[in-house]
Design a protein around this ligand. Structure first.
Ligand code: GLN
Length: 489
């Protein structure tokens, strides 16, 4: 039997009821990866041996009647290549970390292991999570399973491809400006960026620390909620983690939307800003929500036009500081035969980092430098507060904000790689949630004219991931999305 089309919670149920073993399931996905990954390039580091060992362990625990097992016990998962897991390569798809082996587990990895989930390996990404297409990966791009000539989105493109193409039932990604939601939209899967502070960043290789958040990829909402429940929670090793109880997210599913209020920000629907087929899918989705009892109103988030500029100042400033540690001494790549320490560091960084990462480091050091700090970095921080206040105001009256996830469906490989501004514009609808620190989910809501998935984004109040699941789940049931590529041979 082929298990790759089944959802994670179904697999978990079959495993718990001993109709199949975790090892059989894990081997099934490993087989699928072996068949498909050569082409799709979703995994950059296969960790099959460890996965099989975990699966066998799970089966042993079940055999002796193990109790209080996690809801995803025995179900395999894939990680993004920027998450530390002990004894494995964590490269961030950069040459500078090509040989880095993590000596410890990230908190999310600890939680995944505790939940009894075999880790299949690490997934492809844009180098240090900088990009929207996975084309900035030292391992080469991943391909969109819906159309192999197109990008899968990024930076967590490998994770979204893994789930979309049935190489893994679940995956984790990280989202600094859209890197979970944008690839989820491009590949027709569900991706959630939790509230800043909901999931520990301990052991996530930092890109922009005030924006980064880890979140789940899944085939549907129910699986997403189950995985978030496992990875969320307070962690004293992350000083920005918030000590707030993790709700039982499954309790937020199968609820009525009657009386729920959804805001549509007019700045996200401006003429010419959206591909007509994306707009059409969004409009039909709104009709579905209305039939389910939700109420809509147009609102304004007046500082939206400053989001992109604000993001690219704050994110690059933080990145330039975070990436200073890659100096040829502490980690990874070192240029040999240098005559001085400075030469060694300069050459290690020059050869170890790719072009986009260098561009960000230069931008970041520029906006932080004496004389420019006030004009750029400080100003951006102030605008960030205004952006956050826009959301606070809307959330006084509304349960969530509905927008498209991306301005268009997946673009062609190579189409934007030489034009950074065009590439940055793919995140125009997703970065505001990171700047405001609020949760946001992308879920499939239709097909474009050329039969590619289109994503719908719901942005929620801080720590109200549950409400997002309520809305998304009701929509998902009413709309009935069909993934046609996860079982394709
Ligand atoms: N595409 C955006 C960037 O390149 C967002 C990346 C991310 O969320 N990690 O910065």
């Amino acid at each position: 039997m082929n298990y790759t089309g089944l959802k994670a919670l179904e697999l978990a149920k079959l495993i718990r009821e001993k109709q199949i073993t975790s090892k059989e399931v894990t081997m099934g996905f490993i087989e699928r990866i072996k068949q498909k990954n050569v082409k799709l390039n979703a995994f950059v580091n296969e960790e099959f041996e460890g996965a099989i060992k975990t699966a066998e362990n799970c089966d042993n625990i079940l055999a002796i009647g193990g109790k209080e097992l996690s809801p995803l016990f025995g179900v395999p998962i894939a990680l993004k290549a920027n998450m530390c897991s002990e004894g494995t390569k964590v490269t961030c798809c950069s040459k500078i970390l090509e040989n880095y082996i993590s000596p410890y587990d990230a908190t999310v990895v600890e939680k995944i292991k505790k939940a009894g989930m075999p880790i299949l390996g690490k997934c492809n990404m844009d180098e240090f999570a900088m990009g929207s297409s996975t084309e900035n990966s030292v391992n080469g791009p991943s391909l969109n399973p819906w159309d192999n000539s197109r990008i899968p989105g990024g930076s967590s493109g490998g994770s979204s491809v893994a789930v979309a193409a049935g190489l893994s039932p679940l995956a984790l990604g990280s989202d600094t400006g859209g890197s979970i939601r944008q690839p989820a939209a491009c590949c027709g899967v569900v991706g959630l960026k939790p509230t800043y502070g909901r999931v520990s960043r301990y052991g996530l290789v930092a890109f922009a620390s005030s924006l980064d958040q880890i979140g789940p990829f899944s085939g549907d909402i129910e699986d997403n909620a189950a995985l978030l429940e496992i990875i969320a929670g307070y962690d004293k090793r992350d000083s920005t983690s918030i000590n707030k109880e993790v709700p039982a997210y499954s309790k937020y599913l199968n609820k009525s939307l009657k009386g729920m209020k959804i805001a549509m920000p007019k700045e996200y629907f401006i003429k010419g800003g959206l591909a007509p087929d994306v707009l059409e899918a969004l409009n039909s989705s709104v009709e579905i929500f209305k039939k389910l009892g939700a109420e809509f109103e147009q609102v304004s988030l007046p500082h939206t036009e400053y989001c992109l500029a604000t993001y690219y100042i704050i994110a690059t400033a933080e990145a330039s500081s975070n990436l200073a540690r890659y100096d040829g001494v502490h980690y990874g790549y070192r240029k040999k035969d240098s005559k001085s320490l400075i030469e060694m560091m300069t050459k290690s960084r020059a050869e170890g980092f790719g072009n986009e990462v260098k561009r960000r480091i230069m931008l970041g050091t520029y906006v932080l430098s004496a004389g420019y700090y006030d004009a750029y970095y400080l100003k951006a921080q102030k605008v960030r507060t205004l952006i956050k206040r826009d959301f606070d105001r809307v959330f006084e009256k509304f349960d969530c904000v509905l927008t498209p996830t991306t301005p268009a469906s997946a673009f062609k490989l190579g189409e934007k790689i030489l034009d950074p501004i065009q590439m940055y514009l793919s995140d125009i609808f997703t970065i505001s949630a990171n700047l405001a620190g609020v949760p946001a989910i992308s879920l499939p809501c239709g097909l474009s004219d050329n039969k590619l998935p289109v994503g719908l984004q719901l942005i929620g109040k801080p720590f109200m991931e549950g409400e997002l699941f309520t809305l998304a789940h009701a929509f998902e049931k009413a709309y009935g999305w069909k993934n046609t590529v996860n079982t394709e041979v």
